[in-house]
Design a protein. Structure first.
Length: 220
């Protein structure tokens, strides 16, 4: 099975978590895009969706799915999104697409977080295959980078990329992420950091992994 087929498989499987007559949250990226295409089949059963990025809002609209403002709705029933890495505690690294801040907000506002990914994203320790994206206020970029070096990371500026919030991204390599909860808090305590891509405090509740033998479901 190709990686694309595995994404489609988990996107379909996530539909069972979509409750009728509710507002749901939708993530960003190629796996989330597969989910949006599947969600189109249920568009008359849900009230609408809150998007975690402009790209996702555009794709939802292209299917005729109502895109709602988070400020105008209550708790979302479920948030469905991909990830760059996931561990067995369902803690994640996200932000490969640069949408981590809005993704974390929508995930926090949701009763359940269903993460969808192909099995290659499952790791023993976060940060072993993927870098950690950090969104920063532009004027603080160099200052934040120096503070991250003190934490043992090697930050690289994602040049020519501006987030939907008008900020910049530092991709941090070589972090030894033994305690994701502590590191998430430590990085967010640096002045000038908007958010980092560790989803340890608000981890996924369900992880659907696409494999050659079907969808594997991990739950906490
Ligand atoms: O965090 C994200 C975007 O900010 C994505 O969920 C993550 O990058 C995974 O993307 P893909 O499904 O394309 O592998």
């Amino acid at each position: 099975m190709t990686p694309e087929e595995k994404k489609q498989q988990v996107a379909k499987a996530a539909l069972k978590y979509v409750e009728p007559n509710t507002v749901i949250g939708v993530g960003t990226g190629s796996t989330a895009n597969c989910f949006i295409d599947e969600l189109a089949k249920l568009k008359f059963q849900i009230e609408g969706a809150v998007a975690s990025s402009q790209a996702t809002a555009d794709r939802l609209k292209s299917h005729g799915i109502p895109v709602l403002n988070l400020n105008g709705v209550g708790e979302l029933s479920v948030y469905v999104d991909g990830a760059d890495e996931a561990n067995h505690h369902l803690q994640l690294i996200k932000g490969g697409g640069g949408a981590l801040t809005r993704e974390k907000i929508v995930a926090a506002a949701s009763a359940k977080f269903v993460c969808i990914a192909d099995e290659s994203k499952l790791v023993e320790q976060l940060g072993t295959k993927f870098y950690l994206p950090v969104e920063v206020i532009p004027m603080a970029r160099s200052f934040v980078a120096r503070q991250i070096v003190k934490l043992g990371g090697n930050p690289m500026w994602r040049e020519n990329f501006i987030t939907d919030n008008g900020n910049m991204i530092l991709d941090v390599y070589n972090l030894n992420i033994i305690e994701p909860l502590k590191l998430e808090t430590a990085i967010n305590s640096i002045v000038g950091v908007v958010e980092n891509g560790l989803f340890a405090h608000r981890h996924a509740d369900v992880l659907l992994l696409g494999t050659d033998n079907g969808v594997k479901e991990l739950m906490i």
